[in-house]
Design a protein around this ligand. Structure first.
Ligand code: HAM
Length: 423
């Protein structure tokens, strides 16, 4: 028996008609981001491993367990990007984009994490990421959140909730970390295995535990708010005031810690209850120390990433996008008319840019060609027979609706098609 090859677990093909939903989503997001002055940056899929280990943090799940890392033929350790922020910082430094200027940037594409695949969690997944560099105040934090809120409106998503928190500066976090270590060490017998391992390495991540048994213990843990300095408090209060002024509802979740080490001050997530455990469709925050950590001048920065698969699962029912193959389908009666039929199709593409024209390939009777036209979802069939050809005309037949079929001179074809397509 022949054995066919299959895609790797957790790495999915996107086939038509789903691709149309992706294109629609990408376009809608691109339009919203452009409306706030964000410009696209394109980044490689593969980077030196250090780009990620240095920025995301050596003791995070991503770096310790999830990266696709390999040695290339030169002996360099390379990694398929698990996220885009680190690459983006690497790129803006490499190209001097931060030289005395702020930047609003976005990128999109595949990210790779060796996680356990399940609904909403894949090993190759796609993000649209946004990064703003050079703005220290809470104004940009609020703008970014407003921008995501606008996006949900554009996408028709009404039931996402916003959680925000502040992680303070790294010094403030150090004090908090010590307090957490003391607290969890006192309750060591109540920690599950994963949390016990985190106690030594990164006690903040214990708060992120999804284990319901850990809930009560975590609820009683010290909160970072008690360890914040004046500036961090003022920043967070500034953000809250701007969100209140804009009428954006949010919940302060003191246990929102995020799984990447580069965050400081503001962090936020947009969450849905409709996707089960993988309900975060958008997540991000401020990372004021990262540019310096990666070798640049100290630069404030904030960003977020959207999980495209999760968004698409959420909007599956409402997702728009062109899911048919063609608007017009050109049929021809016999091999000697193939060339003239292709010329008609070319003429139509010249006259009506954006209209999708399929010229039938593969021969067959007019009846079988007509079946193909229907299956392609075309609204108009254009039939070239010997009589039409001699007369310099073509038969135009509407495949949806009641309009009667008619023969039109080729010179009037574009106008006739435009009329039937309503554009
Ligand atoms: P993240 O929280 O790791 O942040 O990922 C952002 C979003 O990507 C998640 O909320 C989720 O929607 C989606 N996502 C993550 N992992 C998977 C997966 N395995 N399968 C499907 N979707 C997934 C970051 O990546 C940061 N770089 C965001 C950021 C940008 N912070 C500042 N700037």
């Amino acid at each position: 028996m022949k054995q066919t090859l299959r895609a790797i677990r957790g790495m999915n093909d996107v086939v038509p008609p789903q691709t149309a939903h992706w294109q629609w989503l990408e376009k809608t997001i691109g339009t919203v981001l452009a409306g706030y002055g964000y410009r696209e940056i394109r980044l490689p899929l593969v980077e030196l491993t250090q780009v990620f280990s240095r920025s995301i943090g050596e003791v995070t799940d991503i770096v310790q367990k999830e990266m696709y890392t390999f040695t290339d033929r030169n002996g360099d350790s390379l990694t398929l990007r698990p996220e885009g922020t680190a690459s983006c910082v690497r790129a803006v430094l490499e190209h001097g984009l931060l030289h005395q200027q702020a930047q609003r940037l976005w990128y999109r594409g595949a990210m790779f994490r060796h996680e356990r695949p399940q609904k909403g969690r894949y090993r190759q997944f796609h993000q649209v990421g946004v990064e703003a560099f050079g703005y220290p105040g809470p104004d940009i934090d609020a703008e970014i959140i407003l921008m995501t809120a606008r996006l949900w409106r554009e996408l028709g998503l009404g039931n996402l909730r916003l959680e925000i928190n502040t992680l303070g500066t790294s010094e403030e976090r150090r004090g908090y970390r010590d307090a957490l270590t003391v607290y969890f060490a006192q309750h060591r017998e109540r920690l599950d295995a994963e949390s016990a391992a985190r106690l030594e390495r990164n006690p903040l991540r214990i708060l992120d535990s999804k284990n319901p048994d850990m809930k009560t213990l975590n609820a009683g843990a010290p909160v970072l708010a008690d360890h914040l300095g004046e500036e961090s408090r003022a920043h967070f209060a500034g953000l809250r005031a701007l969100l209140d002024a804009a009428g954006i509802a949010y919940e302060v979740n003191p246990h929102l810690v995020r799984g990447l080490d580069y965050y400081a001050k503001t962090v936020f997530e947009w969450i849905t209850d409709e996707l089960g455990a993988q309900g975060t469709v958008c997540a991000g925050g401020r990372y004021d120390g990262l540019v310096e950590l990666m070798g640049g001048e100290p630069t404030p920065a904030i960003g977020f990433a959207l999980g495209m698969e999760r968004l698409l699962e959420l909007i599956a029912a409402n997702a728009a996008g062109e899911t048919t193959e063609a608007d017009c389908y050109v049929l021809s009666a016999g091999p000697e008319l193939l060339g003239p039929a292709q010329a008609v199709a070319e003429q139509l593409r010249d006259a009506l840019p954006g209209v999708r024209v399929i010229c039938h390939c593969g021969g067959g009777s007019l009846k079988s060609q007509m079946k193909k036209a229907d299956r392609a979802g075309a609204a108009v069939a254009l039939i070239l027979g010997p009589d039409e050809h001699v007369a310099g005309e073509i038969t135009v037949k509407a495949l949806r609706g009641e309009t009667a079929q008619q023969r039109v001179p080729l010179a009037e074809l574009a106008a006739a098609v435009r009329g039937l397509l309503g554009r």
